[in-house]
Write a protein that binds this ligand. Sequence first.
Ligand code: BJW
Length: 254
Amino acid sequence: MTEKQDIGALVEVLLQTRRVTVSTGAGISAESGIPTFRGQEGLWKQFRAEELATPTAFTQNPELVWEFYDWRRGIIAQKTPNPGHQVLASWENIFPSFSLITQNIDGFHQKAGSKSILELHGNIWKVRCTEEGTVTENHEVPLTKIPPLCPACGALLRPHVVWFGESLSPVVLNNAFQQSASCEVMFVVGTSAVVQPAASLPLAAAERGAKVVEVNPDPTPLTPYANFSFRGKAGEILPLIDEELKKAFSAKKD
Ligand code: BJW
């Protein structure tokens, strides 16, 4: 075991830590059975992102884009959060200041019990009117009409997600940068760390002196900047860290 994979050493750091920020990506939901985007089994190996996850693709073929999202809603609806999501939900009650940022749109952090989540790329269970901009929840699986239309004005609805070339919500993004720049420890879990601006968040944390902890079976462009780098699945590594952390907390109280 290298020093970067030493759970005991990380727990020593966490015992002295008040402000923790966690940033998650598709990998945290992989063990729940939700496909990731990149890598051998990733969605972008089967489908072309340019045809499904850009505003131009939606303008040219809203039916195709909605079929893709309807299919993914069907998968997500049948799956549940895993121990990785559950550990992060419990950490809200452990650290005096804890924030959770996710690139995921599956809503699994909410389902696992996390209360405060910054969703950088939106949420697959929300739809937005292309005319009025109104955002509403929609949990219909499968959708009865593709593409769905706004019940108020009849215009096309779109998934309330962020596609390539689109800006993230400035409020959510500013908040995410603030939480990253002000934490003492930042966990980065299950992201290939290639999509901007999400990939810059841990760098903002590191620049301000935070310790960066990566949890991922594979190395990423962030790995060289990580103080701790756990090569494994989130659903296994996070519960291991959590177990040691809770043991250390109760030993400290005795
Ligand atoms: C496990 C695991 C287990 C597996 N446990 N881990 C050049 C040209 C044009 C644009 C750009 C450019 N350079 C940069 C840009 C901007 C672009 C970008 O970053 N592109 C890069 C790909 C190059 N970004 C944007 O366009 C963003 N907007 C923006 O920047 O606005 C300003 C701007 C506009 C135009 C030009 C320039 C600037 C918006 C990005 C929106 C991303 N949208 C998507 C789809 C969301 C909706 C949906 O889900 O359908 O978001 S794409 C997809 O990638 C999705 C994800 O949130 C995002 C990140 O993926 P993530 O989560 O990292 O997943 P994977 O699959 O990549 O990685 C999974 C990881 O898990 C792997 O590392 C595994 O090893 C690991 N893993 N099992 C733990 N059990």
